[in-house]
Design a protein around this ligand. Structure first.
Ligand code: ADP
Length: 446
């Protein structure tokens, strides 16, 4: 089976050639038959003239008419008169003329005399032969043009497909996702192949983004696991080394302390891994959400209960503002536990990053079709270059490293909010405080 491009080219060429040849043949046929028709008309006209001449003065006048005509116009006609089937008189010579090549017609006059006129088809044949030769050349050029034209046209259609195929093959072979297929056409025109190419490139961008994201997350996780694991190892090693020179009681205490440290460190790693898995599940849509109508006021109340003591201990004023009881402006459909986790995480950060004497305020309100939960603090604020990254996994602000934390809280909040069809926005002013605003679609029945 010929290749795709060649096949299309052949199809186009065949159609084109067949059509063109049909026109050529029709032209030839019409020309030939109209030439023959013209000859016939000429002969018939002559026959009428000769019949009239004969009627005027018999064979004599006819012969004179023919002779006069022959002298005037050298159209070489063959004229024959057959008198009552007996005597034939040739009135113009036709020597050397093959009767085969004569176009003839005859008329029977009133007295039974037959007048016959012939005209040589030699000239006509010569003309048609030349015409055939020209048409042959024309037909041949048509075939050549059709084939090259078809080839060129299909090349321009097939080349981008080939390029796409090559690029795909290269990407499969090398496993590199940074390769892109060049777009052939001018941007903006709606070439189907260009569109496919652009789509393909967009898909590669997406895949590359995802792979990069995964790679980055894996790098971060490996890096962040190294610290607690190194500490774990150090603690155990130290306990083993020191224990040799101690008496039993001291050794016992030493071992206990080391083991307690190990448990703590292990817990840290476990929390980190569990949170990472929660984030992944929420982002991929695999997180199990027990959906029910939840008033955000209740969520806030619980979070405030949880953090009241923490805030007090740190000297941070914690206030809440929620819609009054019975008002349902803040009812969303979602997982109560997860939403409480969101509020708790936001409060936790706000208190954590606000120095003593500061204030943290949590509010619930309504904005169009969305219920809004807002946490604002008068804390240290987030530098503008860090603001877009606070929702990245394992990201911790430079000024925040002295605080406890894994850099996973905000990522989890964002993933959970988005799994609920909501969004979160952060604004901050360095030294003055930050605002985290979560919008969630309100329950349809409210
Ligand atoms: P962490 O465990 O470090 O608190 P998070 O994911 O909760 O991690 O937050 C990421 C970073 O965002 C923090 O390290 C901090 O720099 C910044 N951040 C989050 N919330 C606040 C806030 N309320 N005020 C100032 N900085 C904040």
């Amino acid at each position: 089976m010929p290749k795709f491009g060649l096949r299309i080219a052949l199809w186009y060429a065949t159609l084109f050639v067949v059509g063109a040849l049909a026109i050529v043949f029709l032209t030839y046929y019409l020309t030939a038959s109209s030439l023959a028709q013209r000859d016939q008309q000429l002969i018939r006209g002559k026959l009428a003239d000769y019949g009239a001449a004969y009627a005027r003065g018999g064979i004599r006048v006819l012969a004179a008419t023919v002779r006069a005509e022959q002298e005037a116009a050298p159209e070489r006609l063959f004229v024959r008169v057959v008198n009552r089937g007996v005597e034939a008189v040739v009135l113009s010579n036709a020597e050397g003329w093959d009767p085969e090549t004569l176009e003839t017609a005859s008329v029977q006059l009133a007295d039974g005399t037959l007048v016959q006129v012939g005209k040589s088809t030699e000239a006509r044949e010569a003309l048609l032969a030349r015409f055939r030769a020209v048409l042959g050349i024309v037909a041949l050029s048509i075939v050549v043009i059709a084939l090259t034209g078809g080839w060129l046209v299909t090349q321009s259609a097939v080349v981008p497909i080939r390029r796409l195929t090559r690029a795909v093959r290269r990407i499969i072979r090398t496993g590199r996702t940074d390769a892109r297929v060049p777009v052939a056409g001018t941007p903006g025109n709606d070439d189907a192949i260009d569109e496919l190419t652009v789509l393909f490139n967009t898909m590669l961008d997406k895949i590359e983004g995802l792979v990069d994201g995964m790679r980055g997350a894996l790098d971060n996780v490996s890096h962040d696991l190294r610290t607690p694991l190194t500490r774990l190892r150090g603690t155990a090693e130290l306990a083993l080394a020191a224990a040799a020179s101690e008496d039993d009681r001291e050794r016992d205490v030493h071992y206990r302390e080391a083991l307690a440290d190990c448990v703590e460190e292990t817990d840290r790693v476990l929390v980190m891994l569990n949170t990472l898995m929660d984030i992944s599940e929420a982002e991929s849509g695999a997180m199990k959400l027990t959906r029910e109508p939840v008033p955000l006021a209740e969520v806030v109340a619980r979070a405030v209960d949880l953090y009241r003591d923490v805030a007090e201990a740190k000297g941070v004023k914690l206030t809440a503002s929620v819609p009054g009881a019975g008002r349902t402006v803040d009812v969303v459909t979602g997982d109560r536990i997860r939403l409480e986790q969101v509020a708790a995480n936001l409060l936790d950060n706000a208190i954590k990053y606000t120095p003593a004497g500061g204030e943290v305020r949590i509010e619930v309100g309504r904005d169009g079709d969305a219920a809004v939960l807002q946490v604002r603090d008068t804390g240290q604020g987030i530098p503008a270059d860090e603001l877009p990254r606070v929702f990245d996994r394992l990201f911790r602000g430079d000024a925040s490293r002295t605080e406890r934390g894994l850099g996973l809280g905000m990522s989890l909040v964002k993933a959970v909010v988005e799994a609920h069809g909501g969004k979160i926005e952060a604004t901050s002013e360095i030294g003055r405080g930050s605002v985290f605003a979560v919008s969630l679609p309100v329950s349809p029945s409210h």
